[in-house]
Design a protein around this ligand. Structure first.
Ligand code: GRF
Length: 203
């Protein structure tokens, strides 16, 4: 299977996936890492892992539709089976999301449907929740609203700051996301008519 990963920044989830793919010899290949930001710290990391990188700079395009069309061209050149959003910080148009329906997944740093959107760790602390976490989901036109594939939870500590809580969530993401991508590679995860089909061992 061929996988394209989209990033905007640090790329630590991307790196967790690259490491797992190599270490566990997945029957899959990360064919490209594409960033919308030329200065994304994850780009050199991807190259260190021997993965080709590309930049589709959103500032070079007039509007979301034009950017998404260029991004889709860059992706389709690789004919991937799966497109993985890993800290990709642009909202995608409905047209883009529909084009990749069932083969576009994202990780969000909260237990959805709680805390969709930005600044999740601060908002979780303000809400006083005792558990927080991350969610991997299929991407649908509703932002952070697609079918939930998998979640991981971490406890909130009384002395947490958004930063300490965020670190705990991120460490859990690095275990969760590779597991889900592997499940997709192994055909254990499918979206059929907006219904999630999950192999029993992934429940
Ligand atoms: C992660 O917290 C992810 O859940 C969110 O953005 C962050 C990306 O971090 N979507 P990284 O770029 O993978 O290090």
């Amino acid at each position: 299977k061929k996988i394209v990963i989209l990033i905007s920044g640090r790329g630590s989830n991307m790196e967790a996936i690259l490491r797992a793919c190599a270490a566990d010899r997945w029957p899959a290949r990360i064919v490209a890492v594409i960033s919308n930001r030329p200065d994304a710290a994850g780009l050199p990391v991807a190259r260190q892992h021997g993965v080709a990188t590309e930049v589709v700079d959103h500032r070079a395009y007039d509007g979301r539709a034009a950017f998404d069309a260029a991004l889709a061209d860059a992706i389709d050149a690789h004919a991937p089976d799966l497109v993985v959003l890993a800290g990709f910080m642009r909202v995608l148009t409905d047209g883009f999301v529909t084009r990749y329906s069932g083969r576009l997944i994202n990780i969000h740093p909260s237990l959805l449907p709680s805390f969709a959107g930005l600044d999740t760790h601060r908002r979780a602390l303000e809400a006083g929740v005792r558990w927080h976490g991350a969610t991997v989901h299929f991407v649908s036109p509703t932002v952070d609203g697609g079918r939930i594939i998998a979640q991981c939870a971490v406890p909130v500590h009384p002395d947490d700051s958004p930063a300490t809580l965020g670190e705990r969530v991120l460490a859990a993401e690095h275990a969760l996301y590779p597991r889900v991508v592997r499940g997709y590679v192994d055909d254990q995860i499918k979206l059929v008519d907006d219904d999630l089909l999950l192999a029993p061992q992934l429940w």
